[in-house]
Unconditional design. Sequence first.
Length: 155
Amino acid sequence: MLPGNVRAAVICLWPTLVLPASAFPQDQLLALFKYLWYCTDGPERPTELMTIYVGQPTDVGQPLGLSWKTDEAVALQHALDYSFTSDAECLAAVTSRRAVLARFVAEDEVVVDPALLTDVRLNAPFMHIGSASGSSPIPFTAFSGRQSLTLLLDE
């Protein structure tokens, strides 16, 4: 398949995939995006340093992933979603133009080469909150810099 056709397929399919990094080896996905150089369905490649965010399960030893967000609120929501099954976190990092391999409108997604990220830091931790039916709701609030998110959860 010609690179242009592969690029068009990736631009069309990538935003519709759910957790593609869990279905495909990260090194193969990274090689694909490097082969295609820069993919986008609209957003321009950044011209200066940019802060990006990711919500993920807290798992010591896991490598940083490829899929990050430019919108902190979207990453916080992902971290909160993961906190129903395990401890989770929202990380922030700085990325350069060289590290950005793709950008997509959906969820303000940025696909990066994680080896090129700098200033990776914990933005907000989320403890495992679980759920057990039949109990009264409890308030849960997560804070991150400028934003907070409060939910009523079942005990």
